[in-house]
Design a protein around this ligand. Structure first.
Ligand code: NAD
Length: 428
C-alpha cells in the first residue's frame, strides 16, 4: 500500500500521510477522554525529530542505487528513544512517524523508561542479496549515526530486518566510535550481546495477551482456532506458542499467499520451510488462497502479523473472529475499528499486543549495560508479569471509563507521558 506524501511548502510533511492521520485520530480520541491539556497535546501530536537520509549501495550488478532511509524520534520524555528499523518498499515518512508515535505509547503503557522512535528504508527486502543487505544496513547506520547511541536512541528489528541486521548495525557503530558498543542496538544475536528470548519475545507476548483476552471473553484456548496474517518473526513464534496451547492454526498468510487447512496446519514444518525459503511459496499441506483472504476466514483468534492497514472499511464486515490480537502495528483503520467494536469483537490493541518485543529489548539493553545476563526463565517471567500488568491496566481503564480497549491503552500511555512532561517542564 503506497502512501504518497506531497511535500507542502515547508510544513510538516509527515502530517499528509494517511498513516499519520490514523495515528492522530487515535491520539485525539484518547486526548478527548483524558481532557488533555492542549499545550501538551500540541507537543505530542508531532515528532520531535525526523532525519531523512540517502543510502547509496553498489548492487551486485555493479550499478549504484540510492535508497531513502528515515529515523523518526517522537518523544523521549521517559527515556532514550527506542524503536525498530523496517525495510519495506512502501514505507514513507508519515508511516515511520506514526510508528514512532506508537512506540512512545507502547513504552509508556508497559512502564519502560524509554521513548518512541522508528526507522526505515524504502526497499523490498526480498530484492536484496546478502551483500547488498549488509551494505545498505551499514551505510544507513553511518547516515543516522549522529542521532543514535546507547543513551540516545536504540534501534531494534522490525519488518524486513532481523538479528543479522542488528549485528551489522552494532559493528558499524562500534567501528566508528572506536569501541565495542553492543548497547546501541537490541535484537542482536545472543553471541553478540543479545538477550535470550528476544527473537521469540514479540510472538510470545502476543500469546500472553491472547491468554488474558481469552479469560475475559470466556474462550478456552485448547481446541479453539486461529488465523495469522504474516508469518515472519512475530507470526511464526506466535503460531508456535498457540499450537503449544492446543490451538488449531487453520490459516496463515505471507507475502507469497494464504495457506489454509481446516484440520490444522503443521506449524513447526511451516516454520522450518519459511526459514529455509524466506516465504511459504511452495509449502506442502495447505490449500492456497490470496494473502488477504486469510483475514476473513472464520476463527476464534485472528492475528494480523504483517503490514498495517489490512483491516479496513472494505473487508471489516467479512471478518469472523472473537478476538482480534493486533500483532502487527496499525493493522486496523479507524472506520473498521468502529465496526468491530459494534460487532463485539474483543480487540487487543497493537501497543499492548505486540509490546513483548520492546519489553525484552529493554531487558537486553539493561543486561548489556551491566554485562550480566539473566536466564531464559527469568526473562520469560519478567515479560509475562509486565505484559499481564499492562493488560490489567488497560482492562480496568476501559471498564471504568466505558471506552474501547484501544482508547484505554492510549489513555493509560498518554497520561503517563503527560505526567512526566509536566514534571520535567518546558525548556524554552
Ligand atoms: P518480518 O519481516 O519478520 O515478517 C513479516 C511477515 O509479513 C512475512 O511473513 C512477510 O511475508 C509478511 N508480509 C509482508 N507483506 C505482506 C503482505 N502484503 N501481505 C501478507 N503478508 C505480508 O516482520 P515481523 O518482525 O514479524 O513484523 C511483523 C509485524 O509485527 C509488523 O507490523 C511489525 O511492525 C510488528 N512488530 C514486530 C516486532 C518485532 O520485534 N519483530 C515488534 C513489534 C511489532
Amino acid at each position: 500500500m503506497s502512501h504518497a506524501v506531497s511535500p507542502p511548502n515547508g510544513e510538516a510533511i509527515w502530517e499528509h500521510s494517511p498513516a499519520y492521520q490514523r495515528a492522530l485520530s487515535n491520539f485525539d480520541a484518547a486526548a478527548d477522554v483524558l481532557n488533555l491539556d492542549p499545550n501538551t497535546a500540541s507537543r505530542l501530536r508531532r515528532p520531535e525529530r525526523i532525519m531523512i537520509v540517502s543510502v547509496p549501495i553498489r548492487r551486485d550488478n555493479g550499478k549504484i542505487e540510492v535508497f531513502t532511509g528515515y529515523r523518526a524520534q517522537h518523544n523521549d520524555s521517559l527515556g532514550p528513544y527506542k524503536g525498530g528499523i523496517r525495510y519495506h518498499q512502501d514505507v514513507d515518512v508519515g508511516e515511520v512517524s506514526a510508528l514512532a508515535m506508537s512506540m512512545t505509547w507502547k513504552c509508556a503503557l508497559v512502564g519502560l523508561p524509554l521513548g518512541g522512535a522508528k526507522g526505515a528504508i524504502r526497499v523490498d527486502p526480498l530484492s536484496l542479496s546478502y551483500t547488498e543487505s549488509q551494505q545498505l544496513t551499514r551505510r544507513y547506520t553511518a547516515e543516522i549515526g549522529p542521532i543514535i547511541g546507547p543513551e540516545v536512541d536504540i534501534p531494534a528489528p522490525d519488518m524486513g530486518t532481523n538479528e543479522r541486521h542488528m549485528a551489522w548495525i552494532m559493528d558499524t557503530y562500534s567501528q566508528r566510535h572506536g569501541r565495542a558498543t553492543p548497547e546501541v542496538v537490541t535484537g542482536k544475536p545472543v553471541d553478540v550481546g543479545g538477550s535470550v528470548l528476544r527473537t521469540e519475545s514479540t510472538g510470545r507476548g502476543v500469546v500472553y495477551t491472547i491468554e488474558e483476552a481469552a479469560g475475559e471473553v470466556g474462550l478456552t484456548l485448547k481446541g479453539s482456532t486461529a488465523v495469522l496474517h504474516g508469518f515472519g518473526n512475530l507470526g511464526t513464534y506466535a503460531a508456535l506458542e498457540l499450537v503449544k496451547r492446543g490451538v488449531k492454526v487453520i490459516a496463515v498468510g505471507d507475502v507469497s499467499g494464504g495457506y489454509v487447512n481446516e484440520k490444522g496446519l503443521d506449524i513447526p514444518a511451516m516454520f522450518d520451510y519459511a526459514r529455509t525459503h524466506r516465504t511459504l511459496e511452495g509449502c506442502a499441506g495447505a490449500d492456497r488462497i490470496g494473502p488477504e483472504d486469510v483475514l476473513t476466514i472464520p476463527c476464534d483468534v485472528l492475528v494480523p502479523a504483517a503490514i498495517g492497514h489490512v483491516i479496513t472499511g472494505a473487508n471489516v464486515n467479512k471478518l469472523r473472529c472473537r478476538i482480534l490480537a493486533e500483532g502487527a502495528n496499525g493493522p486496523t483503520t479507524p472506520d473498521a475499528d468502529v465496526v468491530l467494536q459494534r460487532q463485539g469483537v474483543h480487540i487487543i490493541p497493537d501497543i499492548l499486543c505486540n509490546a513483548g518485543g520492546v519489553t525484552v529489548s529493554y531487558f537486553e539493553w539493561v543486561q548489556g549495560g551491566m554485562n550480566f545476563f539473566w536466564s531464559e526463565d527469568e526473562i520469560d517471567q519478567r515479560l509475562s508479569n509486565l505484559l499481564r500488568a499492562a493488560y490489567s491496566r488497560v482492562r480496568d481503564f476501559a471498564r471504568e471509563r466505558n471506552v474501547s480497549t484501544r482508547t484505554a491503552a492510549n489513555c493509560v500511555a498518554i497520561a503517563k507521558v503527560d505526567r512526566v512532561m509536566r514534571l520535567r517542564g518546558l525548556y524554552a
